[in-house]
Write a protein that binds this ligand. Sequence first.
Ligand code: B12
Length: 207
Amino acid sequence: MDILKRISVYIRNGDKERVFELTQQAIDRSLPPGNILDQGLIAGMNVVGEQFKNHQIFLPDVLLAAKAMHAGMNQLKPLLIKEGIPSIGRIVIGTVHGDLHDIGKNLVGIMLRGAGFEVFDLGKDVPPERFVETAQKENANVIGMSALLTTTMPVMRKVMDLLQNNTIKTIIGGAPTSQDFAREIGADAYAYDAANAVECVKELTRG
Ligand code: B12
């Protein structure tokens, strides 16, 4: 079996040691970090999502898969971030209050850093006020919000309400969100994945 396929299988099995080893092997073989991420780590997590939805696996399994995912992502991080490039914009990101899903948000942060943005990551379960206060304090151009639960999407609207009459741009993402939802709450952009997030944030900070 090819190494990326094996990484995805070990993500599904929640085997963080194996994911760590194989990610290192893939890096040593000079496979492109973007391929290791997409075809190994994310491919595995997509299957986990499907199996969880279909009740084939349960929450503790998902938690183990998430830990394995973190192990692989931590190794790829330095390769996805080019050090020492000048900042092309400042963005505050976080997962909204009530929501503990941070894998996708972390990935977006890594890719934005790699593209040359200065990223202020507030973590998960972030209250609306903190997004706004931090953006003002750090003089950020953009706020990025993540939500993976339909029940936490309304928190994004609260941030938008707090931002009225403000020039700070906003971008949202996470599986239940959409372009339509972004429009509905008045967010400036929506991105479906980390690469798309980089394109959109570049667009938002251009001129
Ligand atoms: C891993 C996971 C967990 C882990 C999270 C670990 C962690 N540290 O993140 C744990 C086990 C903790 C967990 C818990 C729960 N989970 Co969960 N979880 C998932 C799972 C399987 C994968 C999510 C993931 O990491 N995907 C991989 C990443 C790379 O993809 P992503 O998050 O979508 O991010 C990409 C894009 O969305 C986008 N993006 C993301 N954020 C942002 C932000 C910005 C600014 C931008 C521009 C783009 C962007 O770019 C990312 C990179 O490409 C999903 C299933 C799924 N299909 O999404 C369920 C899922 C999200 N969970 C679900 C549920 C129900 C729960 C629980 C309520 C379960 C329970 N009964 O307790 C709890 C809630 C806890 C809480 N309060 O948050 C449901 C949500 C249903 C809904 N629509 O509301 C899902 C969809 C599973 C399902 N089908 O039922 N979960």
